[in-house]
Design a protein around this ligand. Structure first.
Ligand SMILES: Cc1cc2nc3c(=O)[nH]c(=O)nc-3n(C[C@H](O)[C@H](O)[C@H](O)COP(=O)(O)O)c2cc1C
Length: 201
């Protein structure tokens, strides 16, 4: 079984989503000794923003060396995503949505003909065989029914995007309210870790 472990927090050691995503991967390693893990740290090794030049390169236009290298990084990211059976994504909420590092990666894996296509009835996701686990961390509280729920453009976006790619097996491990005091933070992390311990094998 192949697992792709993606992190996108800019907060390094202090990151909640990194702590949780690492715990998820360690738990799955414990359950599947045959697991092979590919690692993508989008803060340490950022992927450039998608530009018209990238689209041109995909159509065969000639490109300079810097762009060639970035296109190659994006292509490897896509291949790793396509090859994975399980994808674990550390996804912090920044300014009510995902980090720009994560969005840059998404722009390279949401590729027509590879991860989705359009048919006569509309879009068809091509990644329905993957399992996705998202380690979500956010400073405030956005769960359904809370006053700020309408400001959640992070989990709702990720659910929509990966659903568009055909993934139906999506689990969110969430630590929220982590900016609402140290007790709230440690409680949120502890309850997320309890959930991780019960993740299906
Ligand atoms: C640049 C930045 C923007 C943030 N924006 C929000 C926000 O819009 N809403 C929120 O509830 N928390 C926000 N936070 C708090 C983070 O969601 C919280 O610190 C969370 O733990 C981030 O995940 P990480 O620790 O893995 O980086 C922000 C934090 C940073 C550093």
């Amino acid at each position: 079984m192949k697992l792709l472990h993606v992190d996108s927090s800019i907060l390094g050691q202090g990151s909640v989503s990194r702590d949780l995503s690492a715990d998820i991967v360690a738990t799955l390693r414990g359950r599947h000794p045959d697991l092979t893990v590919s690692r993508l740290d989008l803060a340490a090794t950022p992927i450039g923003h998608l530009t018209a030049a990238h689209l041109g390169a995909a159509q065969g236009a000639s490109v300079d060396e810097a762009l060639k290298a970035d296109v190659a990084i994006g292509n490897i990211a896509l291949e790793e995503f396509l090859a994975a059976d399980v994808v674990v994504v550390g996804a912090p909420m920044y300014n009510f949505t995902v980090s720009s590092q994560l969005k840059a990666w998404i722009d390279r894996i949401a590729v027509a003909g590879k991860t989705f296509r359009y048919g006569e009835q509309g879009p068809i996701g091509l990644c329905g065989d993957k399992k996705l686990i998202i380690a979500s961390s956010r400073g405030g509280a956005y769960i359904e029914g809370s006053p700020a729920a309408f400001m959640d453009h992070q989990e709702t976006y990720l659910r929509g995007l990966f659903g568009f790619l055909g993934i139906t097996d999506i689990t969110f491990i969430r630590a929220e309210g982590v900016a609402m005091g140290s007790e709230a933070r440690s409680g949120a992390v502890a309850s997320a870790k309890t959930e991780i311990a019960t993740l299906a094998a």
